[in-house]
Design a protein around this ligand. Structure first.
Ligand code: GDP
Ligand code: MG
Length: 437
């Protein structure tokens, strides 16, 4: 899945002490693949990674000690920007403010009309009126009435009238007479874009001149959503996008593509069938969701705060020269521990959260290891090779562990030193992976 892929991408970066333009390109290739898998249009994903690459070079990621982390941040920031940066509100300046819904059948217009009415009523103390302009299906009118009853909002409808423009106009007159300051017009959609639907919605739009025309789209439709958005925007020049059905596993890559193609802000998202399942769209949260990275940015920030760059540089030199000893190991453990609660930390590593959810990670996981190392003489720490059977016995006794445990640590340490040399770089995550075997 997506987070595995990003893991892989970032692993490529972390695996190299010295970052080069070649492995930045490799990483971004993986990021691009991950985005395309999340329904982002290929061209957009490509432009995106090109932009990140330029920034990466500009900001000196190539020279940075922890390029992987800077890269994560860059990717996330750039994604956020791509989706509009900040949240976008809706225009409620009219009296009444008229909000027109558009979109295909099944996209969630009727449900969202209800959610928005409920939201405006409770959060903004408005008095909305819902208007049923889906004249083709009597059931659609009934559906809006059910929604209106549920949230205590009046619904204007006329089952005898087959002219949606006329219904909308009458509804607005009714709203003015009855003190409704928001009019939400629910319209008919079809299963695919066609001329008749476009003609109808465009007539309603031209006649009533809404303050807000919203395009409602099912986030699960992926790439198709982009084409539909474009078709509606060409006719309506709408003001904002509503992404529905973002509950469950939907990645929401469509959000990026739609924003890029029609350049209109996404204003709200729908996250369920209930009337309360509505959220203001936050680009940065969506970036997190798309990247599937959980809290990776705060992990990065915390790690950056704690990481002693000078130490790390020294360590890399030692590894290269085969001088990595138990004292260095101890320092690394302390470094990892300084970053916070182990379980929290591991949960923040992309992909690791899920896999390790059920494993019980003790904050004292390193206690034995530390005790054993503390029982070694400075000489033993520097040259573990000299630790023979009698030394092992003494260390075991001194640390309150067994010879088996000492052996285990020596073996792990040996493997780890070898791998570290191979990878030419240290770091908490890798070390922990090795210790888990
Ligand atoms: P319309 O044809 O555009 O008016 O679409 P509807 O509002 O009738 O919604 C179509 C279906 O999608 C209904 O079964 C809704 O309950 C469902 N639906 C709408 N919004 C959401 C959402 O955000 N999440 C989920 N899971 N279902 C939704
Ligand atoms: Mg409907």
């Amino acid at each position: 899945n997506l987070s595995d892929k990003l893991d892989k991408a970032l692993h490529i970066l972390k695996g190299h002490g010295q970052i080069t333009e070649v492995n930045v390109a490799d990483t971004l290739k993986e990021v691009r693949r991950a985005l395309v898998d999340a329904d982002v249009n290929y061209k957009i994903a490509k432009n995106f990674t090109n932009a990140v690459k330029e920034k990466a070079i500009g900001q000196g990621v190539l020279k940075d000690l922890k390029p992987g982390q800077l890269m994560v941040k860059l990717v996330k920031d750039e994604l956020t920007e791509l989706m509009g940066g900040d949240t976008a509100g809706i225009n409620l300046s009219g009296n009444p403010s008229i909000i027109l819904m558009s979109g295909l059948q099944g996209s969630g217009k009727t449900t969202f009309s209800g959610k928005l009415a409920n939201y405006l009523k409770t959060k903004k103390t408005k008095k909305p009126l819902l208007v049923a302009c889906d004249v083709y299906r009597p059931a659609a009118i009934d559906q809006l009435h059910v929604v209106g009853d549920q949230i205590g909002v009046e619904v204007f409808s006329d089952k005898e009238n087959k002219n949606p423009v006329d219904i909308a106009q009458k509804a607005i007159a009714h709203a003015k007479q009855n003190g409704h300051n928001v009019v939400i017009i629910d319209t008919a959609g079809r299963l695919a874009v066609d001329e008749a639907m476009m003609k109808e919605i465009s007539e309603i739009h031209q006649t009533i001149q809404p303050q807000e025309t919203l395009f409602v789209v099912d986030a699960m439709t992926g790439q198709d959503a982009v084409n539909t958005a474009k078709a509606f925007n060409d006719v309506l020049n709408f003001d904002g996008v509503i992404l529905t059905k973002l509950d469950g596993d939907t990645r929401g890559g469509a959000a990026i593509s739609i924003k890029s193609v029609v350049n209109k802000p996404i204003k709200f998202i729908g996250t369920g069938e209930k009337m309360e399942a509505i959220d203001v769209f936050h680009p940065s949260r969506m970036a997190d969701r798309i990247l599937g990275m959980g809290d990776v940015v705060s992990l990065v920030e915390r790690a950056q705060e704690q990481y002693d760059e000078e130490e790390a540089r020294k360590l890399q030199k030692k590894i290269a020269k085969d001088q990595f000893g138990f004292d260095d190991f101890l320092k690394q453990i302390q470094q990892v521990k300084k970053m916070g609660n182990m379980k929290d930390l591991i949960g923040m590593i992309p992909g690791a959260g899920k896999a390790l959810k059920d494993i019980d990670i003790d904050d004292d996981a390193f206690k034995h290891i530390e005790a054993i190392i503390h029982s070694m003489t400075p000489e033993e720490r520097e040259q573990p090779a000299i630790i023979n059977a009698s030394r092992k016995k003494r260390i075991g006794k001194g640390s309150g562990t067994s010879v088996t445990q000492v052996n285990q640590l020596l073996k792990q340490f040996g493997q780890m030193s070898k791998m570290m040399k191979m990878m030419q770089g240290g770091g908490g995550k890798k070390m922990m992976q090795m210790m888990r075997g």
